[in-house]
Design a protein around this ligand. Structure first.
Ligand SMILES: Cc1ncc(COP(=O)(O)O)c(C=O)c1O
Length: 336
């Protein structure tokens, strides 16, 4: 008998919480039961999901922010269907896939001036880890400064720049050379940067965990200090980018011009895990700066066609169109 996903789901749907109890995370399954979230969801559309009894729920969690355009957006779904029907020879790896190039081209149009080189990764943490590596390599400095209350992911690298203790406990030792400073405390930030060994200062323009906003002048001043001490200024837009804060990138609210930006989550249209680091060309050139170094940083599923395909330009756009003034390209800042 031919395999049928629909039949498999129908036959086993009732087992889903037991399977998780047995094989995946009994504690997480138990939490769902305790708080009454142990539903069987059967359909999702836009901002809503439906359970097996036909009850409709407004989903404010949105897959931890991967559904900026809602679940199963028709334009994105159509791109996925079209992609699958093409029998694409994806992941050749020793080629330069068109769709990755096209997505890069569209993203660059929407970036602050000077950000015109892209690395595609798989998750938000993967992108942030990449940015840290690249900052270290490009500056030849070891340290990273981050903010109190920050959240950049839960890999070993990103855990090392987590602004809370809860996630870290028991996983030490984390990566060395990271220093936490308080948001809005420019004096302490400058004290750290002045030491001359800080590769990067990383911020979420609005902090997702707790929703902390900086004082109006904090981010522009922090960027100015980074320029002064030749430290990379990284905006982690994984949570608040891609339209979630009202502009394509949240850092646009302060007209910031970071050296690197990380994005993820709804970049995959709610279907495919995809992330990206968008950086100044100089950074990319330094990291990959020789034919022998062309693969010095890579990931197996990076640039995969399916992740790159779920892009739409105008109607039903996954990537909102760029305002025309943003098309200007600026040369690199003189401090580089
Ligand atoms: C600001 C920020 N950076 C990075 C991450 C990590 O992303 P991921 O869970 O895809 O690894 C998150 C996740 O919520 C985040 O909010």
């Amino acid at each position: 008998m031919a395999f049928s996903l629909a039949q498999l789901i129908k036959a086993r749907q009732a087992d889903q919480y037991d399977l998780h109890m047995k094989y995946i995370s009994p504690h997480m399954a138990r939490v769902q039961q305790i708080i009454g979230f142990d539903k069987i969801y059967t359909r999702g559309e836009g901002a809503y999901v439906w359970d097996a009894d036909g009850n409709r729920y407004l989903d404010l969690l949105a897959g931890f922010s991967v559904f900026n355009l809602g679940r199963n957006h028709p334009a994105i779904k159509q791109a996925m269907i079209e992609f699958l029907s093409r029998d694409s020879p994806t992941l050749i790896k020793m080629d330069c896939p068109l769709l990755a190039g096209l997505l890069a081209e569209e993203l660059v149009k929407r970036m602050p001036p000077g950000l015109d080189a892209i690395f595609f990764a798989n998750s938000g943490a993967d992108a942030v880890d990449t940015a840290i590596k690249f900052a270290r390599y490009a500056t030849k400095r070891p340290r990273v400064v981050y903010l109190d209350h920050s959240f950049h992911g839960l890999t070993l690298g990103t855990l090392s720049i987590n602004g809370g203790e809860g996630f870290k406990k028991g996983f030490e030792p984390l990566i060395p050379g990271t220093t936490m400073v308080a948001m809005n405390d420019l004096e302490t930030l400058e004290k750290e940067l002045r030491k001359g060994d800080v590769a990067a200062f990383i911020v979420e323009p609005i902090q997702g965990k707790g929703v902390y906003l900086p004082q109006e002048d904090y981010l522009p001043e922090a960027q100015r200090l980074c320029r002064k001490y030749v430290t990379q200024f990284i905006c982690d837009e994984v949570q608040v980018g891609l339209g979630r804060a009202g502009k394509f990138l949240c850092c646009e609210h302060w007209k910031l011009e970071p050296d690197m930006v990380t994005i993820a989550k709804s970049l995959g249209g709610g279907y495919v895990p995809v992330s990206a680091v968008i950086m100044r060309r100089e950074i990319n050139n330094k990291v990959f700066g020789h034919l022998k170094r062309a693969q010095v940083h890579s990931t197996t599923f990076g640039q995969n066609d399916m992740g790159m395909a779920d892009r739409r330009d105008r109607s039903g756009s996954r990537l909102p169109g760029p305002p025309s003034k943003r098309l200007r390209r600026a040369s690199s800042p003189s401090w580089w």
